[in-house]
Design a protein around this ligand. Structure first.
Ligand SMILES: [Zn+2]
Length: 66
């Protein structure tokens, strides 16, 4: 679990990698890491791509156009 403070208004979002949850809701709904998640990963030197849903991976996108 990590906490990310929004620069603009100071709101703190809690990010839970294991449960793929962020307080802002984008992580759960769109299955794409939101900027809070990306910030966490950048800070922790983690590979955020493992958290991107298969649908959004380039290999999957290529299949669609075949
Ligand atoms: Zn978020």
């Amino acid at each position: 679990m990590f906490e990310v403070r929004e620069m603009q208004d100071g709101t703190i979002y809690t990010v839970n990698h294991a449960q793929r949850h962020c307080d802002c809701g984008h992580f759960q709904v769109e299955r794409l890491p939101c900027r809070h998640v990306l910030t966490c990963f950048a800070n922790q030197h983690l590979d955020w791509q493992v958290y991107v849903h298969d649908v959004y991976k380039m290999s999957e996108i290529c299949k669609v156009y075949r």
